[in-house]
Design a protein around this ligand. Sequence first.
Ligand SMILES: C[S@@+](CC[C@H](N)C(=O)[O-])C[C@H]1O[C@@H](n2cnc3c(N)ncnc32)[C@H](O)[C@@H]1O
Length: 198
Amino acid sequence: MKLNWAERLAVNNPIRVMEQRIEISWMKRSMPLDPGGMMLEVGCGRGAAAGILLNAFQPGFLCTMDLDIRMIRMAGRYLSAEKRSRIPMYVGDAAQLPHPDETFDAVFGFGVLHHVPEWRKALSELARVLKKGGMYFIEELYPTLYQNFVTKHILLHPTENRFRSQDLREALEEAGLKVVNALEIRALGILAVVKKKH
Ligand SMILES: C[S@@+](CC[C@H](N)C(=O)[O-])C[C@H]1O[C@@H](n2cnc3c(N)ncnc32)[C@H](O)[C@@H]1O
């Protein structure tokens, strides 16, 4: 589901960029990756994380995608020309990825799954395109945060079939993904490093 004006404000600002710098630094400390890997970021928004990922993980190939063409255009403007030329971007649905099985060493998703009505399908797609032993780096929010008595009137999210901590952990397990490290506030959200099982 595409963002409404309120959520575009919430994610397209310098505080969000600082937050992502801290999160990516934690991800890297939790699971340093060999440079030169194949990497994908889903739901890239305006591309701030992609720019940070490029420096932090030094991928050989980093591709980003988003459901919303406005976000892809914004990323084209936000990133420097040098970074933009190194990061292919496309419009697509995380629940239907165009990549062959076992393509990527790492997949990143910052605040994306809770926007996807078919979030279990998206999870199985992310697992499908990861190589065995590949890593999924995830930041997610739970409904207490984005569908409480205030935020439900301001933000726009799917309302059915939402996930909380237990649902997400069970779905990761079902998709063949194992949480190896997590920072979680069970009522609010999670930052986690997840590995595709062999
Ligand atoms: C909360 S924003 C986060 C954006 C960015 N990752 C960030 O952290 O700043 C969620 C993003 O996911 C995108 N999105 C929503 N549903 C999607 C889907 N099914 N496939 C890919 N991207 C999706 C939205 O367009 C939006 O850019």
